[in-house]
Design a protein around this ligand. Structure first.
Ligand SMILES: C[S@@+](CC[C@H](N)C(=O)[O-])C[C@H]1O[C@@H](n2cnc3c(N)ncnc32)[C@H](O)[C@@H]1O
Length: 274
């Protein structure tokens, strides 16, 4: 009993995490307040949706899209609908949702870069008849992303993409998803909030910069002069650490027609102190 008591206070974050759990469980504050302290399911999804909608509003967009690459059973997509519903009320913006998946689980790994030592084909099959009726507005884009990515814009005519959750597990699939940034700039915001699920895992995945999703990100940055995926340093320097802070990247398209549009506070001045 005494050890339990001492352990509780030995961990500097324990009290914070415990009180956050209670706020989340009993919904003690409004959505915006709970999101700000991570007292929601999948705070990383909420974070990307919230801040992308805020940016979109500042840039004058009336409608945006958010994407989940890799849906599996659909828990992530259902959660995304929850955040979208809350966030669209806060910022007064229409948000479309798209979920990409084979529907049949993972395809065969292409080579060692897809981590066949950890992933196998047919993992994470979708039960479409179970998921479809649960979805309120999200649209499923079914098929291998190497194909669906190519005609997505023509078929769905999505509102500009503002936030993307990447959860495709494989290097090869993530490369195909990142190639979608080659489409016309009008389909994207100049900066996009991205979450990458498969860049932090256990000792068994042992992700590194030369395989998997980390390799796909690094190659994207090497191959593109004017489009870059950068870490969210503003999160990495927050006082209370969260694993997912390391999984947020912001996509920058320097040549986007709206990239330089001013979004900061007006008329900033610093007067000399007496
Ligand atoms: C880990 S699961 C996604 C889990 C889901 N995001 C969640 O949070 O519940 C990975 C999914 O990526 C999908 N996937 C991987 N490679 C794909 C590809 N080339 N085309 C389409 N879907 C792919 C698989 O079908 C699988 O369902």
């Amino acid at each position: 009993m005494i050890t339990k008591f001492l352990n509780f206070f030995a961990d500097p974050y324990r009290l914070h995490y415990k009180s956050r759990e209670l706020i989340k469980k009993y919904q003690l504050q409004n959505y915006e307040q709970r999101l700000a302290i991570g007292a929601v399911e999948r705070p990383h999804y909420g974070y990307c949706v919230y801040h992308s909608a805020k940016l979109a509003k500042r840039l004058g967009y009336e409608r945006i899209s958010v994407i989940e690459f890799g849906v599996a059973g659909g828990n992530g997509l259902v959660n995304l609908e929850y955040h979208v519903e809350e966030v669209s009320k806060i910022w007064g913006i229409e948000i479309e949702i798209y979920g990409f998946d084979t529907g049949e689980g993972l395809p065969k790994p292409v080579d060692y870069r897809d981590l066949p030592y950890y992933w196998q084909d047919s993992f994470f099959k979708m039960d479409i008849s179970k998921l479809q009726p649960r979805l309120k507005k999200a649209q499923l884009v079914l098929g291998n992303i190497t194909k669906t990515a190519k005609d997505f814009f023509e078929v769905y005519k999505p509102a500009p993409i503002a936030a993307i959750m990447y959860d495709l597990d494989y290097y090869s699939s993530t490369v195909a998803a990142l190639e979608m940034f080659d489409a016309d700039d009008t389909f994207f915001l100049p900066r996009i909030f991205c979450y990458f699920d498969d860049i932090i895992g256990s000792e068994m995945e042992a992700y590194n910069d030369y395989i998997g999703v980390r390799l796909a990100i690094n190659e994207f940055n090497q191959n593109n002069q004017m489009k870059k995926l950068g870490k969210a340093y503003h999160l990495l320097t927050r006082k209370l650490p969260e694993t997912w802070y390391n999984q947020i990247y912001i996509y920058h398209n320097f040549s986007h027609s709206k990239y330089n549009e001013f979004i900061g506070p007006q008329n900033q001045q610093i007067v000399l102190e007496e």
